[in-house]
Design a protein around this ligand. Structure first.
Ligand SMILES: Nc1nc2c(c(=O)[nH]1)N[C@H]1C(S)=C(S)[C@@H](COP(=O)(O)O)O[C@H]1N2
Ligand SMILES: [Mo]
Length: 377
């Protein structure tokens, strides 16, 4: 420690918090069906988000499926068949992919400051980063002789019944054949090396890296090749992006943009909004995501967005689908302090400043600069 005693060189320590129970770690957004997100400070502690800290977004009750459950496969030029998870493991190479899963409604609360929206009031925790293990969807599609024509879609059905604006039907979504055949799209049975928990889709779920969480169907029962997108209400009448002058009453669902690829985003997780901190050095931490591109830099402002400093990246992930955790050690003076974060991708593109510029009635894809207000005592 010789010569390292000046205050400037003293390293800030991450803020340590103690939690006494899971209910202090998960913020319930809806009791029935259970939807919840982790408290931001706990979310950012690890590169891989543990299953019990991973947000849960379910549109209906969690179905209970046996481990020997079979998934039906069929559709255009595919002979009707079914396959169990044991057969998937035996027939195809097992792959592991680290990828973020993020709900398109993550950060909806910032849009709700601009105007009322539908949907659960997610803060910044409807996101997690996990290591998914399974087989490539492409390998199964090849094995059943599916065409790779780019005008086709692969449709997925879940075992849960969901209610979309009064229309009750099994959960169903689809992705284009070109994405379905991308090497990192998995039929997964494990998360972070553990069997999938029931709330995260056991025994088998789809994982579509880079796409909104909704496309990663849980509790798979059927995979079908079609020449149209899934007609299920979740695909057809939900998770679409509309301009600000469209309301839930005027929306023509055939005109909305189907939310697939997720945009550049960043959030401050620690300190959390409204927290009180002792004066002195503090470590500010959070995440940034860019998917198809890399996050090239993350900037933090300590004065509401007037001046910016570059944060350091905390991890060096392989592959393109992980989040980047970042941190910045800073000296915060006493009083109310206003922290802001914004990220840039490797095309030099940043995030819009204000949520006002992206408000939409369903509250999707909030990518505005993220603000946190703290009291330094
Ligand atoms: N069968 C089924 N799959 C589903 C859902 C669902 O309600 N039912 N929710 C979707 C949505 S909107 C999201 S954001 C993710 C959430 O996955 P998680 O609960 O494991 O975090 O699952 C997707 N897959
Ligand atoms: Mo979602």
């Amino acid at each position: 420690m010789i010569g390292q005693d000046s205050e400037d060189e003293a390293e800030a320590k991450p803020i340590v918090r103690r939690y006494n129970s899971m209910s202090e770690l998960m913020i319930e957004r809806n009791p029935e069906p259970y939807n919840a997100e982790p408290v931001p400070g706990a979310l950012i502690e690890r590169f891989l988000t543990p299953q019990n800290l991973f947000y849960v977004r379910s549109h209906g009750p969690v179905p209970d499926l046996p481990a020997d459950h079979r998934i039906e496969v069929g559709g255009i030029s595919v002979g009707e068949c079914s396959i169990s998870i044991a057969e998937l493991k035996a027939r195809f190479p097992v792959r592991t992919v680290t990828a973020v899963l993020q709900c398109a409604g993550n950060r909806r609360t910032d849009l709700q400051q601009v105007g009322k929206t539908s949907g659960d009031p997610w803060d910044i925790g409807a996101i997690g980063n996990a290591e998914w293990t399974g087989v490539r969807l492409a390998d199964l599609l090849d094995a059943v002789g599916a065409s790779d024509a780019s005008n086709l879609f692969v449709c997925f059905t879940g075992a849960d019944e969901v209610d979309v604006e009064g229309e009750v039907a099994p959960f169903g979504v689809s992705i284009a054949m070109t994405k379905a055949r991308a090497p990192d799209v998995l039929l997964a049975w494990a998360m972070n090396g553990e069997p999938l928990a029931s709330e995260h889709g056991a025994p088998l779920r789809l994982v579509v890296p880079g796409y909104a969480g909704v496309r990663s169907a849980k509790w798979l029962t059927r995979i079908e090749v079609k020449d149209t997108p899934s007609e299920a209400p979740i695909q057809a009448h939900d998770y679409k992006l509309f301009p600000a002058d469209v309301t839930s009453e005027t929306a023509d669902w055939t005109q909305g943009l189907t939310i697939n690829a997720m945009p550049l985003n960043a959030a401050i997780c620690s300190p959390g909004s409204g927290e009180s901190l002792p004066a002195g050095k503090v470590r500010i931490e959070g995440y940034a995501v860019a998917y198809e591109r890399d996050v090239s830099r993350v900037e933090v402002s300590l004065n509401g967005g007037r001046d910016w400093r570059q944060a350091d990246f905390s991890d060096d992930p392989d592959g393109q689908w992980s989040w980047q955790r970042w941190s910045l050690d800073a000296e915060l003076p006493k009083g109310r302090q206003h922290l802001v974060v914004r990220a840039f991708d490797d095309a030099g593109q940043g995030q819009p400043e204000l949520p006002d510029t992206m408000w939409n009635f369903a509250g999707y894809l909030c990518t505005a600069w993220h603000h946190v207000h703290v009291l330094v005592e």
